[in-house]
Design a protein around this ligand. Structure first.
Ligand code: GDP
Ligand code: GDP
Length: 436
């Protein structure tokens, strides 16, 4: 299910990121050790009156060395392309500026609903100043104060009132949804084209039923798939497409709708920091992951090259130790036929359910083989385990005291589950709970 999307636009310094942080609030991730997470967030989840949505701070997206006004125009365009509802922020301290008028002009041309907020209205006396803002043509301006947290409720009421009625989840449960993420130029669109061009792939012509409009449904070996396209793949050519923040934003949107994510790396260039960031997002989202090394045709190799490359990947992506690695070439089509079966397998693992009795046989065997740890003379006691969710498989372990389950023993149990049930490609979660 994809949530409605809200984008914040406005000229610099009106308070966009202050308001973004207010709305995203404490939800900002705590998984600090995964590269790329939490720093310079421009994308997050918010909710108001139990309605959840995603929110983008377009002010955080730099558009290369473009002149000031083009940057602002580009950001407004991103908001129009990505959002269901746009919040335009202005400042009550400076009044209506020519840049505000410029932003408004771009927003008019789209048919997206716009909620106009006048920020920095820190006290009631300042409310008199909001009347000038009617001139921007978006109806009633909402006075707010980002730093004092005032007026945000009324503004968000207006935002959620404008959400589309219901978000259509257009695919059946048995359809495998996957996406390709990676830096620009690693070969994502070439891979999409190569996959869709493979023999026995039957591309459906009812593509593009979503807001993102570039999904490609197809069948292969009787199995239904959809490639969730990150618009950057097919609709190339916009100025902002190559900026890092924008590609991250697209990747996050695609990850959210996918069961399986292919993290694409360019064999010619090896692994760089940005690859790790992008892979970190896939991991954090709990999706199935396959690491795809593309352009394998383009490097010189002997019989050791592949193993060496894989070792390097394992070293750099330790948090993805469960992900299979495949080496392919979109250009020569080499080993491309291994990709679809891998996606299918990972998707099955990602939604695998294990019966409680079978699960507990494995856990009890594990405990017999490697006794539970003790801490200050107290031993961890395991009562039983049960699976509480899929996508990814999530297990609750009932114990005497959850604190006694140390990371290394949890890791040991996870590995036993992996050995027994074959969870290749999917993260699994173990949650310890005290039994009452
Ligand atoms: P952005 O460039 O639009 O993202 O703006 P920022 O969120 O970085 O805010 C710019 C400046 O305005 C910062 O110094 C903020 O502390 C300040 N600011 C933001 N919201 C308010 C507000 O409601 N009242 C006042 N007085 N200052 C604010
Ligand atoms: P994207 O930005 O990730 O979608 O990358 P593209 O699919 O546009 O590919 C970027 C460039 O890499 C293009 O010039 C492609 O022709 C080239 N390319 C893509 N896949 C391969 C491959 O497997 N081998 C080689 N040698 N070049 C490739």
């Amino acid at each position: 299910m994809s949530l409605p999307v809200v984008a914040i636009v406005g000229r610099p310094n009106v308070g966009k990121s202050t308001i973004f942080n207010r709305i995203v609030g404490e939800r900002i991730s705590i998984e600090e050790d995964i590269p790329g997470v939490t720093r310079d967030r421009i994308y997050g989840k918010g909710d108001w009156l139990n309605v959840e949505f995603n929110i983008i701070d377009t002010g955080g997206i730099d558009i290369g060395d473009e002149p000031f006004l083009d940057q602002i125009r580009g950001q407004a365009q991103i908001a129009i392309d990505e959002a269901d509802v746009i919040i335009m922020i202005t400042s009550g301290r400076e009044g209506v500026t020519s840049t505000d008028e410029e932003v408004a002009k771009i927003l008019y041309r789209s048919k997206k609903p716009v909620v106009l907020a006048v920020n920095k209205v820190d006290n009631p006396e300042m409310r008199a100043q909001i009347y000038d803002f009617y001139a921007l043509g978006f109806g009633e301006p909402y006075p707010i104060s980002g730093t004092h947290g005032l007026g945000l409720g009324d503004m968000l009421d207006a935002v959620i009132k404008n959400f589309p009625n219901k978000e259509e989840e257009q695919y059946e449960d048995d359809v495998i949804k996957f996406s390709l993420i990676g830096r620009p130029n690693v070969g994502k669109s070439s891979l999409v084209n190569a996959i869709l061009g493979e023999e026995r792939v039957i591309v459906s012509d009812i593509a593009g039923t979503t807001r993102d409009a570039v999904d490609s449904p197809y069948t292969f070996d009787g199995e239904k798939y959809v490639i969730i396209d990150t618009a950057g793949i097919r609709k190339k050519g916009k100025v902002y497409e190559t900026t890092e923040k924008y590609s991250v934003l697209r990747a996050l949107r695609a990850i959210e709708r996918s069961d399986v994510v292919l993290v694409v790396i360019n064999a010619e260039e090896g692994i760089i920091e940005q690859d790790k960031k992008i892979a970190g997002y896939a991991h954090e989202a709990g999706r199935g992951v396959i690491i795809v090394v593309n352009k394998w045709d383009a490097i010189e190799k002997d019989e050791k090259t592949m193993n060496k490359f894989e070792e390097k990947i394992r070293d750099e992506f330790q948090f993805l130790d469960y992900a299979p690695v495949v080496f392919v070439s979109a250009k020569t089509k080499k080993r491309l036929h291994t990709l679809l079966p891998s996606i299918k397998l990972v998707s099955e693992n990602h939604s695998q359910r294990v019966q409680t009795n079978v699960l507990n046989d494995v856990i009890m065997d594990a405990v017999a083989m490697n006794p539970t740890p003790t801490d200050h003379g107290k031993r961890l006691k395991i009562y039983y385990m049960t699976q509480v969710a899929v996508k990814p498989p999530t297990f609750v372990l009932f114990v005497n005291e959850p604190e006694l389950l140390h990371f290394s023993y949890e890791r040991f149990l996870e590995n036993r589950l992996r050995d027994a049930f074959g969870f290749l490609g999917t993260p699994i979660k173990i949650i310890a709970r005290a039994r009452k």
